[in-house]
Design a protein around this ligand. Structure first.
Ligand SMILES: [Zn+2]
Length: 419
């Protein structure tokens, strides 16, 4: 085996930029809309065509290709020694009118990194695998992370029949229509992987602002969603003097402003968003009797996230009391923060140093398959920048020059782990 130098590897990746660009553009055509954007829900014709194209590319790269029970597509570069190997990949599905890079880039980065390593240095010592995860976005069925939950054994078998799309088609039926065998769900579980690395676009603008090439993800943030309902009293807008009103919208407005101020006070990476508001009865000449808002709050530290929630509850109660009204608060959803595995995180950041890439540690504010994978498999993530932070949109863009460092980094990390 030839001894690699990081510079040689990086040069090879740069030299092959057209290969990567061709992969990205070709894959983006599956599900592309005339007015822009990509629609590629799991098990759709567009998705399955993309799946077949990827399988062909994996084969061309000399990988052993197989699909599991739910249609995760694996490409194996077999190791020369026995031992647990490493995988990399991301999701193949898109949100409605999503971009070219969310998910797809992580799959193609894994494919190219493993392919380039093979071309330069032959077979790895330990197995390396590309995985195109079948579904992450909740693109068709209500539950997301279908692929990574099957791999980690976190998908209940009942979900196959119970989870249905808008047309009433179950996960199992849709998977069967693509030729997969959902009855083999248990066999989709992987207990033989030593690690998983996911490359993804940042989907935010912190990297752009800091002018770094690589984000080394240390944790995926925790989330809580609240529903807050302010109750006041409906009254005539003409005959009820201001001092005799209980206006639920005034309470809500105060709360919205204060929740925003609170998250600013907490500082990055804390965020809090009121994204929905509805007013009852919602008439020009009636004092609002009831206002419902939702609050999305995120922080990677569970104690800080809980503190944020408690302060938001307090703000809401005070805002209701100030109008002589009341408030009802429900926790709609919560998801624990997922710290990435320190050994993998360190491997990524030291590999970035070896390549001379400007990098910084980051918290992901968005959810990713890695948060599911890390429950069972040591995992880490590599971020490359997103132009203007745009994502889940046809405006999503990362130029090839900003993609190459990420692929070189993934290849360098895999070289150190498996060669
Ligand atoms: Zn994604």
């Amino acid at each position: 085996m030839t001894k690699a130098s990081p510079a040689e590897l990086y040069a090879y990746v740069k030299q092959n930029a057209p290969v990567i660009e061709n992969y990205i553009e070709t894959l983006a055509a599956f599900g592309s809309q005339p007015e822009g954007g990509i629609v590629r829900p799991v098990y759709s014709t567009q998705w399955f065509d993309a799946h077949k194209q990827l399988a062909a590319w994996m084969q061309e790269a000399g990988l052993e290709v197989r699909a599991d029970a739910v249609g995760n597509l694996w490409g194996l570069s077999r190791g020369t020694e026995a031992g647990q190997g490493y995988a990399s990949g991301s999701h193949l599905d898109t949100v409605k009118e999503g971009g070219k890079y969310d998910g797809a880039l992580g799959v193609l980065a894994a494919l190219t990194a493993i392919r380039f390593l093979k071309e330069l240095y032959g077979a790895p010592r330990l197995p390396l695998e590309v995985v195109a995860l079948c579904e992450e976005e909740g693109s068709r069925f209500s539950k997301s992370f279908l692929g990574s939950r099957a791999i980690t054994g976190n998908m209940p078998v009942e979900e196959l029949d119970q989870s249905r799309d808008a047309d009433g088609i179950s996960v199992a039926q849709a998977a069967r229509n693509c030729g997969f065998d959902p009855d083999q769900l248990a066999a989709a579980q992987r207990t033989d992987l030593a690690g998983f690395i996911e490359l993804h676009i940042e989907q935010g603008r912190l990297m752009e602002a800091a002018q770094v090439e690589i984000g080394v993800v240390e944790a995926i943030t925790g989330i809580k969603h609240l529903r807050v309902v302010f109750e006041g009293q409906a009254d005539h807008a003409g005959t009820t003097p201001m001092d005799l009103r209980s206006d639920a919208l005034v309470s809500a407005a105060q709360a919205v402003t204060k929740i925003n101020e609170l998250a600013r006070e907490f500082g990055r990476p804390a965020v809090a968003t009121v994204g929905k508001l509805s007013v009852e009865p919602g008439a020009t000449n009636i004092v609002p009797a009831q206002v419902e808002i939702t609050v999305d709050m995120r922080h990677p530290d569970p104690a800080t996230l809980e503190q944020l929630k408690q302060r938001i509850v307090q703000i809401s109660e005070e805002a209701a009391a100030a109008q002589g009204g009341s408030v009802k608060i429900d926790l709609l959803m919560e998801r624990q923060a997922a710290p990435m595995t320190p050994e993998i995180v360190n491997m990524i950041s030291s590999s970035a140093e070896e390549l001379g890439l400007k990098n910084m540690p980051m918290v992901s504010g968005a959810g990713h398959d890695s948060q599911v994978m890390v429950e069972k498999i040591p995992s880490g993530m590599i971020f490359v920048p997103s132009c203007g932070g745009r994502s889940h949109s046809r405006a999503e863009y990362t130029p090839i020059e900003e993609i190459l460092p990420g692929i070189a980094l993934l290849a360098q990390a895999f070289y150190r782990l498996a060669y």
